[in-house]
Structure formats: structure tokens, C-alpha cells
Write a protein that binds this ligand. Structure first.
Ligand code: ZN
Length: 131
């Protein structure tokens, strides 16, 4: 397992990890397999989406803020229920395919760490499986 240590800078932010995940897959030496990208936090997530036009990321953050308002009829006393809900909606992990030694991603796809309750220090675990 490889662990990436991140420092988010904003309350809500998507951080592109594509290069780091590609490097972890390449250094494993695995030709045919999978990569699990997992974050062990309850107010963060992992997603795959477009990393060409940065407006897409802004629109994802704004769209999630519309679906899950920061203020609501929440009971959790820590006051960050919206971040917990976004974490569950987006999910804590993504699984990718390695074929012929390379990560299989579409032309416009990137792998993002999603911060919903920053700024904080965060971890992302990367496990490569295969042969
Ligand atoms: Zn909380």
C-alpha cells in the first residue's frame, strides 16, 4: 500500500491525483490488475471526472452544494453534516483497471480527492493488485 499525504486549502476542493496514481501503478510493476484508491475520512471522497476544463470541478462543487446545503435541519453537533452527506454521496473509493502496465482512463478522465470540510491534512491509500 502507498499512502499519499495531502493538505487541502479550502472548505470544498477537488485535488487532482491522476499523476500520483499513475506513478503508484507504474512503480508496482503490475501489468494486468487493478488499483484501489481509498480515503479513510468521513468528510472527504474520491471521484473520477474531467480534468481538462477546471470549470467542471467548480460546477461539481457548486452542484453538490445545491443538493446538500451547508445549513439544514441537521442533528450532528459538529456542524459538518453536509460534508458527511457529500462524502457518502460521492464515495470513499474508486477502482481502476491496469492493462498492459498502464492505468486505463478515458481521455478526459482524472482521479480526484474531494475535500468537503477543509482545510485539513488528509490521507489517500493506494493499493495495487494483480500480476
Ligand atoms: Zn462531523
Amino acid at each position: 500500500m502507498t499512502t499519499l499525504n495531502l493538505q487541502s486549502r479550502q472548505t470544498s476542493e477537488l485535488i487532482d491525483l491522476t499523476d500520483e496514481i499513475r506513478a503508484a501503478a507504474a512503480s508496482s510493476g503490475i501489468r494486468e490488475g487493478m488499483v484501489l484508491v481509498y480515503t479513510p475520512h468521513t468528510t472527504a471522497a474520491i471521484t473520477i471526472n474531467e480534468n481538462a476544463d477546471p470549470d467542471v470541478i467548480t460546477d461539481i462543487i457548486n452542484g453538490l452544494n445545491q443538493i446538500v446545503p451547508s445549513q439544514g435541519n441537521y442533528r450532528h453537533l459538529e456542524g459538518n453534516s453536509a460534508a458527511h452527506i457529500k462524502s457518502s454521496l460521492v464515495g470513499a473509493s474508486e477502482t481502476l483497471i491496469i492493462a498492459e502496465g498502464k492505468l486505463v482512463l478515458g481521455t478526459w478522465q482524472g482521479i480526484f480527492f474531494c475535500e468537503f470540510d477543509g482545510p485539513r491534512r488528509r490521507k489517500v491509500h493506494v493499493q495495487v493488485l494483480g500480476a
